[in-house]
Design a protein around this ligand. Structure first.
Ligand code: PMP
Length: 365
């Protein structure tokens, strides 16, 4: 059998393993931060119709610039943030992972550097590697917050071409203050990408970096329909930035990257925004329930503005992960010693998780 070592692979990809949470069979899958609520019946009916209509034209290429979809996304961003976002400022792709890849293709690449504050979304360094962009780990404090002055000093010293800030952060749930984002923007000459995949779950009072866009042409805010909208299977991510950034991304995007089926489905979902986002409060309630239940088990958590909770400390987190799985609950071992991450699911899933966790703690201490 041919091994990867036999192939003329780029040296920086040798020895790497593909990214991905284990897709294991488990009764309660709480490991990939999906929204567990089923899609509303009216949306499913409309999707059937919209996809049927789009199918009639599948012999044609889709709208290469996805203008109608971007118009709908701009309207959603304007409505939810109170900041006017125009269609020319919005770009969409197959999941925010593809959005991030296009950003790195345009602003990173050979001889260039990206910096992100780890622990954070592990695809940031992986997409950097895939685009030949060097990666530098930025520092976080012990409580997983970003200390603005330390971060600014590090950004000044490294002078990265791309800076990532994930807010709320994955896997810790930590929101980053807008003031810190402003300071980081001022400290870098590169682009600053604020990855807001989980922003709809933020606790009240947390403002989106969208409000910082005016006058900041190197700021990019990345979003997704995979989390709060409950459409992870759709693969639809998007960004808002200065219109010039959107023009730049046209240089690297593949023509017709968003299929007409994807565009039709995403537009239909956006027409049901209120019904889809109606589940957000229920998810947040389960997140807060998990946080509140942990101290009685002598466990702790990191304050979370997302739809998941990083919890610990375990003497042996991988053993606790396995013990939970043995009880039918799949959580995520993100490789942080002592910690595990659980997605806030339905009320029943949370109950199953908390029951299993209590048993694991009783057994393993
Ligand atoms: N950013 C963050 C912080 C994420 O956690 C994820 C998904 N795990 C993504 C981006 C990518 O999401 P998608 O490609 O489904 O939009």
């Amino acid at each position: 059998m041919t091994s990867l070592e036999d192939l003329p692979l780029r040296p920086e990809l040798r020895g790497r393993t593909p990214y991905g949470a284990p897709q294991l069979p488990a009764r309660h899958r709480l490991n990939t931060n999906e929204n567990p609520h089923p899609l509303p019946a009216e949306l499913l009916a409309d999707l059937g119709e919209a996809l049927g209509r789009a199918a009639l034209e599948l012999n044609r290429y889709p709208d290469r610039d996805a203008v109608e979809l971007r118009t709908d996304l701009a309207a959603y961003l304007t409505r939810s943030s109170g900041e006017e976002v125009r269609v020319a400022q919005v770009w969409a792709a197959n999941g925010s992972n593809e959005v991030l890849q296009q950003i790195l293709q345009a602003f990173g690449g050979a001889g260039r550097t990206a910096l992100g504050f780890t622990p954070s979304y592990s695809m940031h360094p992986i997409i950097s590697a895939g685009t030949g962009t060097a990666w530098v780990d930025g520092h976080r404090a012990a409580d997983f917050t970003i200390d603005p002055s330390a971060a600014v000093a590090q950004v000044r010293e490294v002078a990265p071409d791309v800076v990532f800030v994930t807010s709320p952060n994955n896997p810790t749930g930590t929101a980053v203050a807008l003031d810190t984002i402003e300071q980081l923007y001022a400290a870098t000459t590169g682009v600053l990408v604020v990855d807001e995949a989980y922003t709809e779950f933020a606790r009240t009072g947390t403002r989106s970096a969208l409000t910082l866009l005016p006058g900041r042409p190197r700021l990019i805010v990345s979003r997704t329909m995979s989390k709060a909208f409950g459409m992870a299977g759709l693969r639809l991510g998007y960004l808002a930035a200065d219109a010039a950034v959107v023009d730049t991304l046209q240089l690297v995007r593949l023509p017709y990257h968003l299929s007409s089926l994807t565009q039709a489905a995403a537009r239909t979902a956006l027409a049901h925004t209120d019904a889809l986002l109606a589940t957000v409060d229920a998810v947040k309630a389960q997140r807060d329930r998990i946080v509140a239940a942990l101290p009685a088990m002598r466990l702790t958590s990191v304050p979370s503005d997302a739809n998941f909770v990083l919890f610990g400390h375990f003497a042996d987190a991988p053993a606790a992960w396995q013990a939970l799985l043995d009880r039918g609950v799949l959580v995520r071992d993100v490789g942080l010693p002592g910690w595990l991450r659980v997605t806030a699911g339905t009320e029943q899933e949370t109950a199953a998780f908390l029951t299993a966790l209590a048993a694991v703690v009783a057994e393993h201490g």
